[in-house]
Design a protein around this ligand. Structure first.
Ligand code: GLU
Length: 443
């Protein structure tokens, strides 16, 4: 049984990029009947905000990505200190005093000499007295983890065999000068202590994985399996805009299942198909089917998926929304059946109901004015029913000699004020008042 976690830093809103990470971890846990942990990486009190933490939770709830356990790193600081002590005991942790400017200078020198800009470990060779002097002059130093030079290798769920040469990586700072424990340590400790079995995250974390594997091995515990998914780009391969928050998508009427259906397949070898429920997504999900190339995301793709999702919704799934609109019970089901394939957002049903309730502004081409006036004079008695349209059009055909599209289209436009919509028999039956047409002559 898999234990996975989604570990956002509550320093901003959830966006489609990290939503994808959340979904993959969720699906892996659910598929195995395991545990999905929501872990808030909030060790940084300056950048983490409760309102972001709340918004992230609300977004996940909206999507139906329910977690089994909520953890906050800010409540686990003692654990990280313990792990830091353990690393000190093992002499895998050392204090360093270089200022950012000094580090920058070192990096530039290395680059000038054509060397990789890796921290030179100068702090390791400080004598005790030199260290004491620096501490007096500069205060506490940062704490760096002493990497074991060599290769860290793992079989990645997406990337396949990965081998990272750690000698090209600087010993990571795990505790800042002000005592703040950084993500690299906190996350490694949590993944071990929470028994996380699978970590799925963006490919920007590959180097982190190499160092975290070494930290985990040093602390001791089962190292999880790792999968690094490609990053999302905009439709043309450009950097994904930050504005693509879920909240914005929600305001545009995008349905959660449209977003989840797209995200669960985008970038994989499986086709994107709309699914009716999270359960259906779980069935077909396989992390191994995802590719390594950057994945293009286009918000426009969500609109047809939303329409398809709504088109497939049963009346029971929307009964409350329909009732809230004020559609009378006796026609509520009929109303939904008529409109569900003719809306692009849930809100779209409001427009249809307004049309059935109040009537539409007729859409009449100049050439059709007399015809429509003649046809409206032949309208059957109100109230209408499912036979009204055929009776009416038969009478109009006889009276005017028009037939086919020439007959139906002007009537559809005149009655509903638009060119497309449900079957006209259904439209007529749902009208709450007879349609009106008063020809206004422009001449
Ligand atoms: N808080 C980290 C981030 O948002 C988590 C990365 C991870 O999954 O380990 O990038």
């Amino acid at each position: 049984m898999a234990i996975t976690r989604f570990a956002p830093s509550p320093t901003g809103f959830l966006h489609v990029g990290n939503l994808r990470t959340a979904l993959f971890n969720f699906l892996i846990a659910r598929k195995s009947g395991g545990t999905f942990i929501l872990r808030l990486d909030d060790t940084d009190p300056e950048r983490s905000r409760p309102e972001f933490a709340d918004a992230i939770q609300r977004d996940l709830e909206w999507l139906g990505l329910n977690w089994d356990r909520l953890e906050r790193q800010s409540e686990r600081l003692g654990r990280y200190q313990k792990a830091a002590d353990e690393l000190r005991n093992q002499e895998r942790f050392y204090e360093a005093f270089e200022t950012p400017t000094e580090l920058d200078l070192k990096r530039r020198k290395q680059l000038n000499m054509g060397k990789p800009p890796v921290y030179d470990r100068a702090a390791l060779s400080l004598s005790d007295s030199a260290r004491d002097r620096l501490r007096t002059e500069r205060g506490q130093g940062v704490w760096r983890f002493l990497l074991e030079h060599g290769r860290v290798e793992w079989t990645d769920g997406i990337l396949g065999d990965v081998s990272i040469d750690v000698s090209s990586v600087s010993d990571p700072v795990l505790i800042r000068q002000d005592g703040l424990v950084l993500y690299t340590l906190a996350s490694a400790v949590d993944d071990i202590e929470m028994g996380v079995t699978h970590v799925v995250r963006g490919s920007d974390h590959v180097t982190n994985t190499a160092t975290q594997v070494q930290i985990m091995e040093a602390i001791g515990g089962a190292v999880p399996s790792f999968s690094h998914h490609s990053l999302l780009t905009g439709p043309k391969g450009e950097k994904l805009s930050k504005r693509l928050g879920n909240l914005a998508l929600r305001d545009q009427g995008i349905e959660p299942m449209a977003l989840l259906s797209l995200m669960a397949r985008l970038g994989s070898s499986d086709p994107v198909e709309i699914r009716g429920s999270v359960e259906e997504l779980i069935e077909g999900f396989d992390i191994a089917r995802f590719g390594t190339a950057p994945t293009k995301f286009d918000v426009e793709g969500l609109r047809p998926l939303t329409a398809r999702y709504l088109g497939g919704l049963s009346f029971d799934a929307v009964a409350k929304d329909v009732e809230a609109l004020g559609v009378p019970d006796r026609i509520a089901r009929q109303f939904w059946e008529a409109v569900r394939k003719n809306i692009t957002t849930r809100e779209g049903m409001n427009e249809w109901w307004a049309l059935f309730r109040d009537g539409a502004e007729p859409m009449v081409d100049d050439a059709d004015r007399d015809f429509v006036a003649e046809a409206f004079a032949l309208l059957p008695e109100f109230p209408f029913d499912s036979g009204t349209w055929s009776a009416w059009t038969a009478a109009v055909k006889e009276g005017t000699g028009r037939k086919g599209r020439n007959l139906f289209m002007p009537l559809r436009k005149a009655v509903s004020g638009r060119e497309r919509g449900p079957e006209m028999a259904e439209v007529m039956a749902l009208l709450q008042r007879p349609p009106q047409y008063t020809p206004h002559r422009s001449e």
